[in-house]
Design a protein around this ligand. Structure first.
Ligand code: NAD
Ligand code: UDP
Length: 337
């Protein structure tokens, strides 16, 4: 199958490209490298022994996108391109709308023009907002409370309108929980530009000596140890969820939503301790105030993905820590400082 991966040089996109190439697909990458580097595609080539064309392009540029889609003519699109920082979205809500919503609308329009009827979309558990009931099922009400979440929900809705408009169109909307870890080869992983916003890359950078200590945002939540609880999912499992979604989309018209999570919640302290146990490296930390907009606990009900996609997450927290650390060890520390 000819597949376009938008945001294919990014954290999740690059792992997806590896898996698709290994599965024998023809893959083209589209990325503006706003949060990544074209160099990552050399690593992808090293892992797979295969090259794929990469186009430097921006999904917010409708004309450029139309021209590229007409050239690539994909059978299916994986849409990862977008911005993902909650804090930045609060400062620049219009920018997030432009990147995540208008970018998606442009893509859908370009797909319609070149006769591509299938999209797999990266959504987020952020669309649920504060959970009313746990674990979170796909039917839980959606109520995002930051502009990033609002943009993800608006993009989901744009995709659903797109499939509703023509019977042959197919979309799978995947709501990720907390993807972490790295490819088993240690050649690709999460490499955020600047100070990491997320817990896992921060821990990894503290362990590598790139940051002095972890700041734990609050130990007074109503959780077993007072720190926030999340559903961490290994990037390899997440990618396998997309492969299952691709097979599903081939046989199902319209739009369908699936959670991709493990169904297990771990606190910040659990993650720190698991990382220390897996790597033998101490992670110094300090307890700080709660981070604005954080919730106490969030984890998935992943039963729908199991029953309809035939997918379950298999890898545990220890493996997430080991693989994430292996990737960090392969990086040049100086390059990141
Ligand atoms: P990432 O920033 O590593 O990857 C996104 C890629 O898209 C980057 O390579 C970036 O350069 C590219 N990009 C950004 N804006 C673009 C634009 N306008 N045109 C073309 N390319 C553009 O992020 P990621 O962690 O790989 O996330 C991928 C997707 O998954 C995002 O849409 C994100 O919202 C979603 N998601 C991520 C997480 C997570 O924790 N990583 C959780 C839920 C959802
Ligand atoms: N967190 C933390 N220190 C950090 C980053 C995150 O204590 O430097 C906590 C955060 O408050 C939350 C958990 O780690 O309880 C996961 O945060 P992350 O930003 O990775 O994911 P999200 O909050 O988006 O689910």
């Amino acid at each position: 199958m000819q597949i376009l991966v938008t945001g294919g040089a990014g954290y999740i996109g690059s792992h997806m490209v590896v898996s698709l190439l290994e599965g024998g697909h023809q893959v083209a990458v589209l990325d503006n490298y706003a949060n990544s580097s074209a160099d990552i595609l050399k690593q992808v080539e090293e892992i797979t022994g295969k090259k794929c064309p990469a186009y430097e392009a921006d999904v917010t540029d409708a004309g450029q996108l139309d021209a590229l889609m007409a050239e690539i003519r994909p059978d299916s699109v994986f849409h990862f391109a977008g911005r993902k920082s909650v804090a930045e979205s609060v400062e620049r809500p219009d920018f997030y709308h432009q990147q995540n919503v208008v970018g998606t609308q442009n893509l859908l329009s370009a797909m319609a023009k070149c006769g591509c009827n299938q999209i797999i979309f990266s959504s987020s558990a952020t669309v649920y907002g504060a959970p009313e009931k746990l674990p979170l099922t796909e039917t839980h009400r959606v109520s995002p409370f930051n502009p990033y979440g609002v943009s993800k929900l608006a993009a989901e809705n744009a995709i659903t309108r797109w499939t509703d408009a023509a019977p042959e169109r197919r979309a799978v909307l995947l709501r990720y929980f907390n993807p972490v870890g790295a490819h088993i080869s240690g050649k690709i992983g999460e490499n955020p530009k600047g100070r990491p916003n997320n817990l896992f890359p921060f821990i990894v950078q503290v362990a590598a000596g790139l940051r002095a200590e972890l700041e734990i945002y609050g130990d007074d939540y109503e959780t077993p140890d007072g720190t926030g609880v999340r559903d961490y999912i290994h990037i390899t499992d997440l990618v396998e969820g997309h492969i299952a979604a691709l097979a599903y989309a081939q046989n199902h018209k319209g739009s369908e939503i699936f959670n991709l999570g493990t169904g297990k919640g771990y606190s910040v302290c659990d993650v720190v301790h698991a990382f220390e146990a897996a790597t033998g490296i101490k992670v110094p930390y300090q307890i700080k105030d709660r981070r604005a907009g954080d919730i106490a606990t969030c984890y998935a009900d992943a039963a729908k993905a199991e029953s309809q996609l035939g997918w379950v997450a298999k890898l545990g927290l220890e493996q997430m820590c080991r693989d994430g650390w292996r990737w960090q060890e392969n990086q040049s520390g100086d390059a990141q400082k």
